[in-house]
Design a binder for this molecule. Structure first.
Ligand code: FES
Length: 107
C-alpha cells in the first residue's frame, strides 16, 4: 500500500501544537482533539464517553484530561477513566509526516 493511501488524514502542522496544550481539529467530520504532554502527542475523540461533552473545554493535569461537564478524569496513555477502567475514551493512531500530524480514523 502506498504512503498516500494508508488511511491517515493530515490534520495540523506539527509546529502548531505546543507542549501542554490541546487543539481541536476536524478530521473528515470527526472531532479530534490533539494533545501534547511531555513531548508526546495524543489524538483522541473529542466526545467524552460519558455524555458526549467536548474534552476541548476541559483541562489537563499532567497526562490526565478532565472533562469539563462532570469532571471525569481519563489517563491519556491508557485512555481509561480513573474510576472505572472499563470505560475509556477513543484514541486514534497518529504519525508525523512532512511536518504534519496525521491521524488514522477507525474504519
Ligand atoms: S460528559 Fe464528560 S464527564 Fe460527563
Amino acid at each position: 500500500m502506498s504512503d498516500a493511501n494508508d488511511d491517515f488524514v493530515p490534520v495540523l502542522n506539527e509546529k502548531d501544537l505546543q507542549e501542554g496544550s490541546m487543539k481541536l481539529v476536524d478530521a473528515e467530520g470527526t472531532p479530534v482533539l490533539l494533545v501534547m504532554v511531555s513531548g508526546q502527542i495524543f489524538a483522541i475523540d473529542n466526545r467524552c464517553p460519558h455524555m458526549g461533552c467536548g474534552f476541548s473545554g476541559g483541562s489537563l493535569e499532567g497526562q490526565v484530561i478532565v472533562c469539563p461537564c462532570h469532571a471525569w478524569r481519563f489517563d491519556l496513555l491508557t485512555g481509561e477513566y480513573e474510576v472505572d477502567k472499563e470505560i475509556a475514551l477513543v484514541k486514534y493512531e497518529l504519525k508525523i509526516r512532512a511536518g504534519k500530524i496525521w491521524v488514522k480514523l477507525d474504519t
